[in-house]
Design a protein around this ligand. Structure first.
Ligand SMILES: *Cc1c(COP(=O)(O)O)cnc(C)c1O
Length: 472
């Protein structure tokens, strides 16, 4: 493809993108295909000779679209959002065109220095402590793993990195029973052993109980196991609960534990002064992650990871092959030393586009709208006599059960397991089944960029109709 072809097709593609976003609302939210159906429509081997752009676009429509679950659908209420926005898409396009690799400062000074600057914008906007420095990781899972590796090296004085874990005393990591699965995954990968993850019980609001954390630490100490790190969550995946950072931080300090805060989803809400209280005590944290790719209108992937001591992060990961030695080393940030991968995309660009084209006020307005819609939704759930609000609204997240009269015990459980699947088959909205304290619930999270009141209303109507249809 020559430059003239690129110019022409790029314009065509912008039309395709805008048309998609304009009509996505009319499509069923979740893909309606069987496993293997899309693969069957793709030829077994690559074409030997070039095909036309028109043929490609036809297949985007006929093969790709039916296999999409529409995360940018305004009635998408499942998981946590991975919301995007037009400014972010434009920034992503430019990143693709520049196609730089910002592995070291020299790889593109603009990519590195913009990343430093826009992450500092976010640090200020969220009210995180001065002195925290930021880096964009691919995902919260990766940031949490990164934090656990730093904690491991701090606890062992870099011996784990140099000699391996064999021969060192076992170490334990603490997180609430509601913490994200990525914590357990990270604990396993970092070599602590998943068995050494302590799942700390939660209180009636699903927040980690600090006294239970302290008891678990003391028990490990008594058994010769070294307490290493605690991962606190702001906005748990199941119900959106937040752990109290103040007392957890005090315990971490008292016992010399590394404190990582996983605010993957809820971190964006700290832009709003009225939610800052959720992060009270965050100045005690060593590490903090949140995902602009969840609730800040930034395309996946963009995970903002802040650390109190960037030198400690660099000591954990730094490795200096001759071919990466540069004159500026030590005077500039080389982000390759701030995490696991070497190569890095220019991801700050889309964040810069979003922050500049919406402004913090625009982003706050979006989050406030989502929170307000979830509050209304909770009211509608409570107003239906055969539904029961189980948790929330926590920010923009609610869970509920359908409890019609005359259905009890195992039959009621089965009904609540079936409900979210039936809702998702209906197509008008897309929700997530989960379990709260051993009971099946349906979980709804408002957060898609384009979601308005009418979308949540239609989605809730769909839930009510489908639920009642299951028992009639
Ligand atoms: C979504 C989520 C994660 C994982 O996020 P990725 O960026 O997909 O790795 C981790 N923790 C919490 C609390 C989450 O909600």
């Amino acid at each position: 493809m020559d430059l003239e072809g690129f110019r022409r097709h790029a314009h065509e593609l912008v039309e395709v993108m805008a048309d998609y976003l304009a009509r996505v609302e009319a499509l069923p939210v979740r893909a309606r295909v069987r496993p293997g159906e899309i693969a069957d429509r793709l030829p077994p081997s690559a074409p030997e000779t070039p095909e036309s752009f028109a043929a490609l676009l036809r297949d985007v429509e006929e093969v790709v679209l039916p296999g999409l679950t529409h995360w940018q659908h305004p009635r998408f209420l499942a998981f946590f959002p991975a919301n995007s926005s037009p400014p972010s898409v434009l920034g992503e396009m430019l990143t693709a065109a520049f196609a730089v690799n910002a592995l070291i400062w020299e790889g593109s000074p603009a990519a590195t220095e913009m990343e430093e600057r826009v992450l500092d914008w976010l640090r200020r906007a969220l009210g995180l402590p001065a002195g925290f420095r930021g880096v964009i990781q691919t995902t919260a899972s990766e940031a949490t793993l990164t934090a656990l590796l730093v904690a491991r090296e701090r606890a062992t004085g870099l011996r784990a990195r140099e000699e391996g874990l064999a021969g060192l005393p076992p170490m334990a990591v603490y997180a609430s029973e509601e913490a994200h699965s990525s914590v357990e995954k990270g604990v396993g990968i970092a070599g602590f052993g998943r068995r050494n993850l302590r799942r700390i019980p939660t209180d009636e609001r699903f927040a980690m109980r600090p006294e239970a954390l302290e008891a678990a630490i003391r028990e490990d100490l008594a058994r010769g196991i070294r307490p290493c790190a605690v991962v606190a969550t702001l906005g748990t995946t199941g119900v959106g609960a937040s752990d109290p950072l103040e007392p957890i931080g005090a315990i971490a300090e008292r016992y010399g534990l590394f404190l990582h805060v996983d605010a993957a989803w809820a971190g964006s809400a700290l832009l709003l002064p009225e939610w800052r209280h959720l992060a009270a005590g965050v100045e005690r944290a060593d590490s903090f992650v949140f995902n602009p790719h969840k609730w800040l209108g930034v395309n996946f992937d963009c995970s903002a990871h802040f650390v109190r001591d960037a030198d400690e992060l660099v000591r954990t990961f730094e490795i200096l092959p001759a071919y990466l030695a540069t004159r500026e080393r030590g005077r500039v940030v080389d982000y390759r030393d701030w995490g696991i991968p070497l190569g890095r995309r220019f991801r700050a660009l889309k964040l810069w586009f979003v922050l500049r084209l919406y402004g913090l006020e625009g982003l706050r307005a979006m989050i406030r709208r989502h929170v307000e819609l979830a509050r209304e939704l909770a009211g509608w759930i409570e107003a239906e006599p055969d539904f029961r609000l189980v948790t929330g609204p926590n920010l923009a997240l609610v869970t509920f059960r359908y409890e019609p009269p005359g259905v009890e015990s195992e039959a009621l459980e089965e009904l609540n397991r079936r409900l979210p699947r039936a809702v998702n088959d209906d197509g008008r909205t897309y929700v997530t089944p989960t379990v709260v304290r051993g009971r099946a619930v349906t979980r709804l999270c408002v957060g898609q960029t384009y979601t308005e009141r009418r979308h949540v209303e239609t989605a809730w109507q769909a839930v009510v109709e489908v639920a009642r249809g299951l028992v009639s």
